[in-house]
Write a protein that binds this ligand. Sequence first.
Ligand SMILES: Cc1cc2nc3c(=O)[nH]c(=O)nc-3n(C[C@H](O)[C@H](O)[C@H](O)COP(=O)(O)OP(=O)(O)OC[C@H]3O[C@@H](n4cnc5c(N)ncnc54)[C@H](O)[C@@H]3O)c2cc1C
Length: 412
Amino acid sequence: MLETFVIVGAGLAGAKAAETLREESFDGRIVMIGAEQERPYERPPLSKDYLRGDAERETIYVQAESFHADHAIELRVGRTAVELDLGQREVVLDDGEWLRYDRLLIATGAEPRRLAIAGSDLDGVLYLRGVADSDALRERLDHGGSLVVVGGGWIGCEVAASARTRGLDVTVIDPQAVPLERVLGREMGSVYRDIHLDHGIEMRSGTKVEAFEGAGAVERVRTSDGGVIDCDFVVVGVGVRPRVELADQAGISIGDGILADEQLQTSIAGVYVAGDVAAARHPHYGERIRVEHWANALEQGPVAARNMLGRGEAFDRLPYFFSDQYDVGMEYTGHAPAWDRVVVRGDPATREFIAFWIAGDRVVAGMCVNVWDMMSPIERLIRERVAVDDHRLADPDISLDALVPAEQEATT
Ligand SMILES: Cc1cc2nc3c(=O)[nH]c(=O)nc-3n(C[C@H](O)[C@H](O)[C@H](O)COP(=O)(O)OP(=O)(O)OC[C@H]3O[C@@H](n4cnc5c(N)ncnc54)[C@H](O)[C@@H]3O)c2cc1C
């Protein structure tokens, strides 16, 4: 009898898992359930070229339209999994259908945190997660006017850049001193602040949003420092929360995400997790981390799929992400909840440089801004825990490859 593998969540992680199962010659039944009306698509363009109207709809999809039928993947779009019965190995859908599974992958992703302040339900207070959100936002951009972005994280910064590029007046409100401070710290966050200021964004830093006001639709935003900003609409980007409810209600262990081991298996045998929702033990860090980035979904999906087939593969890729704002592209690798100092190679004012986050004498993260093809030596510095000298790291005449001695042994 053929086995049935069920994938809950038809985002990037789920899509890549299904694709990998077929690549690995799994010939059983694959059912993928997606709450959205769309086949799996990529989210990064939704705040960048797709939002600005510079990319066609067809370019965002993970696979061609015929892919699922061609590979006998039963894709149920517009269907939500509402209950798991771990004892019976069943997934219950919102239309009452239940599916028996032999292996289950939970790839339910994350959803925007919502503000619960006065005026939150006014028309024109928008969030951005799905393609429908991006379409609605693009329509607003087409009409021009003034936009308030709440939150100076990645989504907020990218939406601000896209709206400004389309000619809108944009104000960013953020409680931190500089945008992106939580991830990049004060020094590198300042670089991004300057990039936005140079493009004419107004930054209201160190203040919170207190209320949205307007008659039916938002017309102005009040801040905790007494400021009032008139606007035509608002985009809120204050982070995401992992969608854990389904797993939680079934009794699967939950923390900041669905907890998993190095092989992406949850506390329940045969039930795996991948993507934004996964808090998996990472061999390099020796602890669980949850990564809310594209590359993580892209790479965890296939590893989870192979482990559903019994391969026993640890997921050990270092976290990686990218961002594009105006003409500034960046890549970042590593995981730096804390660091001692930042060492810079190149001049940030030129917007072409590399930054390293250092703890002790080890690189814990690196970011290339408008510098390309340098991720691999940086990953090696991090992964091999190479002891570095700040001056050599900052010196552009010394190749990064030369800083990773061939005979260097991993120290842990
Ligand atoms: C606007 C935007 C821009 C981004 N830009 C970047 C970037 O530049 N660089 C970068 O590294 N990352 C970026 N990201 C992050 C990246 O897109 C995510 O990390 C990635 O989408 C995670 O994929 P996922 O498959 O884990 O989850 P998701 O993409 O969230 O997909 C999960 C899917 O599961 C569905 N689902 C949830 N619960 C159920 C259920 N019970 N039943 C059925 N279906 C369910 C959801 O509807 C959703 O379609 C961006 C994200 C957004 C929103």
